[in-house]
Design a protein around this ligand. Sequence first.
Ligand code: SF4
Ligand code: SF4
Length: 317
Amino acid sequence: MNDFEKRMADVSSGGLHAFDIEIIQVNVGLRCNQACVHCHLDSSPRRTEMMAWPTMELILETARSVGCRMVDLTGGSPEINPHFRRFVEALRKKDHAVQVRTNLTVLLEPGMETMPEFLRDHKVQIVASMPCYLEENVRAQRGEGVYEKSIAAIRRLNALGYGSDAGLALNLVYNPGGPFLPPEQVGLETDYRRELGERFGITFSKLLTITNMPIGRFQTALRRQGQDQKYVQLLKEAFNPQTISGLMCRHQLSIGWDGTLYDCDFNLALGLSVNHGAPDHLRRFDRSGLLTRRIVTGEHCFGCTAGCGSSCGGALA
Ligand code: SF4
Ligand code: SF4
């Protein structure tokens, strides 16, 4: 039993179990036009892993059989997948709500000139990385020039109605610039609205705060600084039982680029597929075997239960 399961045992017995599959999160590939220092997936322009069309076809069938509320597309940079538009069109044709997690800068890359209009026309909801409203913090985390490009991309999305029109959600994502927990989400959202509004006239729907997970490139950076154990200790000490009912693994299923099933994108990054007897690949998908599956956990799970909690949908408590 790992430390997380021991801590969970104080709150509920029998391990952590899924509750439903409201969201299917699809990681369509690990390639990204950026290489951020906090990336839990080690994504970069050098990665070649990419979801193929036959896997997407299987997902179309799976999404229908599950009856999920939303299909959430992530990466890497999901827009880079050559089948991205075809996949979105097929999902929307079957009336699935679709959300894409964009890093914003990709929208300014060659070949992406019409992507914002494509997303709008298909009513795709957008979750966009914007780790701070201050340029120096974004530069430190995501690289030179990323802040300016992100602002330009948000303004372009705003001009199309994203962040203001019904059905065109534009949610921004904050994550800390170092080994500390995010500030309280509602208060930070007010700061973002004021700063981005006054400086650039930007509007957005919601701010989501996400805790950095002690895995991937962020963990490597922490180790280099001798901060890795201290950070994990911080997460453990901030364990908040009120976050447990909302943990994203309890309400969603992640699918990797090769069709492997995971409890969440963090487990995907660690190569920890669904287990405890549940089917671990799309080809063996079985709704009843996955709906209340026991979740595979590890020390990194303390990143989801610390403080106000963290998920792909922001704070939990
Ligand atoms: S954090 Fe997002 S934008 Fe940055 S390298 Fe990873 S996938 Fe790409
Ligand atoms: S890391 Fe994944 S499996 Fe662990 S608590 Fe968070 S969402 Fe659940």
